[in-house]
Design a protein around this ligand. Structure first.
Ligand code: NAD
Ligand code: GLY
Length: 362
């Protein structure tokens, strides 16, 4: 088992990473009172809830099983978590445990941030995407019909357990979607990791345990470093949104759950690389490498055919990075180094947005 720390002073917390590690962790060290609410969903609970329950026999444990899907990541579902907490009379010392992917984790964290103005919570992420990204760093929240992740709070967990054992039951489409966020770290932060990903993409797609453990570890290490530098996204943390301004627009336009988050991010990263290339900041060869790696991960690289430039611009204008009415984008200065900027030629952005299928024909 490996461990990392997200260094946030008094709110620092560990991330444990490994294969089949859940029962090796002393959960009681991270649970403050006697009450626990496990939040999961109808797909994950039948697979993994019983094992977690067995490790919590010293506590008074309640459960809530949410419906499965991005379309249920909303305030209504968070309210059902509050209903359960109040019905079961949970007090301020309760601990919420998120057992699931990013949807369960984001909603549980938001409920923990709000319930009685903030209670303890633990992340047990079960998807690749949730282990390498959403469970670490304290961004919690829900979608609004007019914008992705628009309602939420920064609220850190006090423990993250990234057990790659969970990936055994993960469908291949979800594996690919998680790998999109791993590739993101190579683009924005670590050129050597990008090369490692180019060399190991087949092993990752085949769920090779050693390759996945390293990819989860290196991704969490980068994420922890960035969050420690800039918890509230005043600067470098925005790099983690590489591809997301385009991607969130796709998710919102297509209807939450139609494109997976990682799929939309993959296409968004391709568009961000394309624009960086049009601006002359990176070599065209990197555009080809981006396409090859994303395609090897069976990820989409072209925007939906029914999305116009205006659709993109309208949806991108409600992005959280918008400042004084200007769209700001995360683009690449070089492989392994990103920048957040509103200083780009709008005509070139229009060219990228109108590319559609052409990106596939590089
Ligand atoms: P998800 O939570 O919807 O999980 C994907 C699917 O896999 C679901 O159907 C789920 O039930 C199923 N599943 C989960 N674990 C499984 C397992 N071990 N075996 C079988 N099936 C399993 O999606 P996700 O990709 O984990 O997360 C996406 C969400 O995360 C989006 O809402 C996105 O906005 C959010 N996100 C948040 C952050 C953050 O910093 N908070 C970062 C990135 C993404
Ligand atoms: N996933 C982006 C962030 O955590 O900042």
């Amino acid at each position: 088992m490996h461990s990392l720390t997200v260094e946030l002073g008094e709110r620092s917390y560990p991330i444990f990473i490994g294969n089949n590690i859940l029962s090796d962790i002393n959960l009681s060290e991270y649970i403050v009172g006697r009450q626990v609410l496990i939040v999961s969903n109808e797909t994950i609970a039948p697979l993994y809830m019983a094992k977690l329950d067995m490790l919590l026999t010293d506590f008074c444990v309640d459960h809530i099983i949410l419906p499965d899907g991005e379309q249920y990541k909303n305030l209504e579902q968070v309210n059902t978590i509050f209903d359960q907490l109040l019905t079961c009379k949970h007090n301020r010392t309760t601990t919420l445990i998120a057992l699931g992917g990013g949807v369960v984790g984001d909603m549980t964290g938001f409920a923990a941030a709000c319930y009685q103005r903030g209670v303890n919570f633990i992340q047990i992420p079960t998807t690749i995407l949730a282990q390498v990204d959403s469970s670490v760093g304290g961004k919690t929240g829900v979608n609004h019909p007019l914008g992705k992740n628009m309602i939420g709070a920064f609220y850190q967990p006090n423990l993250v357990i990234a057990d790659i054992e969970y990936f055994q039951s993960l469908p291949q489409r979800q594996v690919a979607a998680g790998i999109a966020e791993i590739i993101k770290y190579g683009f924005i932060y670590d050129a050597d990791f990008f090369v490692w990903l180019e060399q190991n993409i087949s092993a990752l797609m085949a769920k090779d345990a050693q390759a996945l453990s390293y990819a989860v570890y290196r991704s969490c290490q980068i994420k922890a470093e960035v969050v420690a530098k800039d918890e509230k996204e005043m600067g470098i943390r925005a790099w983690l949104n590489f591809g997301h301004t385009f991607g969130h627009a796709i998710e919102t336009h297509q209807g939450y759950g139609s494109w997976l988050h990682g799929e939309a991010v993959a296409t968004g990263m391709m568009m961000a690389v394309d624009l960086s290339c049009r601006l002359g900041w990176i070599e065209p060869a990197l555009l080809q490498r981006a396409k090859d790696l994303l395609e090897a991960a069976q990820l989409p690289i072209c925007a939906p055919e029914d999305m116009t430039v205006d659709d993109f611009l309208t949806l991108m204008s409600v992005d959280k990075k918008v400042l004084d009415g200007s769209i700001r984008l995360v683009l690449l200065k070089e492989l392994g180094q990103a920048t957040v900027t509103a200083d780009f030629d709008r005509a070139l952005l229009h060219e990228t947005l109108s590319l559609g299928k052409q990106l596939a024909q590089l």
